[in-house]
Write a new protein. Structure first.
Length: 263
């Protein structure tokens, strides 16, 4: 039976549903609408690799949720302030990058959960708290119950400590960053290399054993299929910029060979 929750990501994952969505790096809300109108379940707003201000992140979250879909946000770092902004804006989940130790995982969880599970500061006049109309006590308890906290394993240190990281209470999902992980292994972008696949498999196996949901970034359908076969529930497929670049390249290829008259 699916757990009680007001979070569409958590509810779907608890049902065993595979969720699919792209990274969003561009700041225009129209991009959010285009991606989700195409049929994706969520957008993963990337505040780590794009300098998105808190107001922009909130607008993208609002846009996704306003059309009945979900928004997760990758934080820029393990730090109280940026994580606080993301959560107060009402994100359905947060992805914490570069988690390399159980201590870092515990710190990240602490910033995401209200006491007694964590140390998140309470302000009941935010978007996430219905602009002050929610009962503060009930709101805090529901938010602790509903929020999805994912930690990203993307370094050799994180790989070595993955079992201890997965054991941290409050971590809901292990998320593999395959490009950074392969780069740290000296095999940049070689996602089909046996050693890279073995490293990714280790994360997925650990997550399954610890009862965690599994997430990953997939650059192509073949890698996505392999990851889903390994138990991935939360599949991030490419990004808005990758889709735009591929479409532009394909469009120009259709015009190949055309020349102006008289040339």
């Amino acid at each position: 039976m699916a757990e009680k929750t007001n979070n569409p990501i958590r509810a779907a994952l608890a049902r065993g549903q595979l969720l699919k969505g792209p990274f969003q790096l561009l700041s225009d809300r129209a991009v959010t609408e285009i991606l989700l109108d195409a049929g994706f379940d969520f957008v993963l707003v990337d505040a780590e690799h794009r300098a998105l201000n808190p107001e922009t992140v909130e607008d993208l979250i609002r846009t996704a949720q306003g059309i009945g879909r979900a928004a997760m946000v990758r934080a820029p770092m393990i730090a109280r302030a940026p994580i606080q902004y993301i959560l107060d804006a009402g994100a359905d989940g947060v992805l914490i990058p570069l988690v390399n130790s159980p201590a870092q995982a515990e710190e990240a969880v602490s910033y995401c959960r209200y006491p007694p599970q964590g140390s998140r500061g309470l302000n009941a006049a935010t978007r996430n708290a219905s602009w002050g109309t929610a009962d503060p006590g009930g709101y805090a308890a529901e938010t602790n119950r509903d929020l999805v906290v994912a930690v990203q394993i993307e370094t050799l240190a994180g790989l070595d400590a993955v079992d201890e990281i997965a054991a941290v209470e409050g971590v809901d999902m292990l998320y593999v960053g395959p490009f950074d992980l392969s780069h740290n292994m000296g095999l940049t972008g070689q996602l089909n290399h046996l050693d890279v696949r073995a490293a990714i498999t280790k994360v997925f196996k650990t997550g399954r054993q610890r009862g965690k949901w599994l997430g990953v970034l997939a650059p192509d359908a073949a890698f996505a299929k392999w990851c889903v076969g390994q138990g991935v529930n939360f599949l991030t497929f490419r990004s808005d910029i990758r889709f735009l670049k591929a479409s532009v390249t394909a469009g120009l290829a259709e015009l190949e060979g055309l020349r102006a008259k008289g040339k």
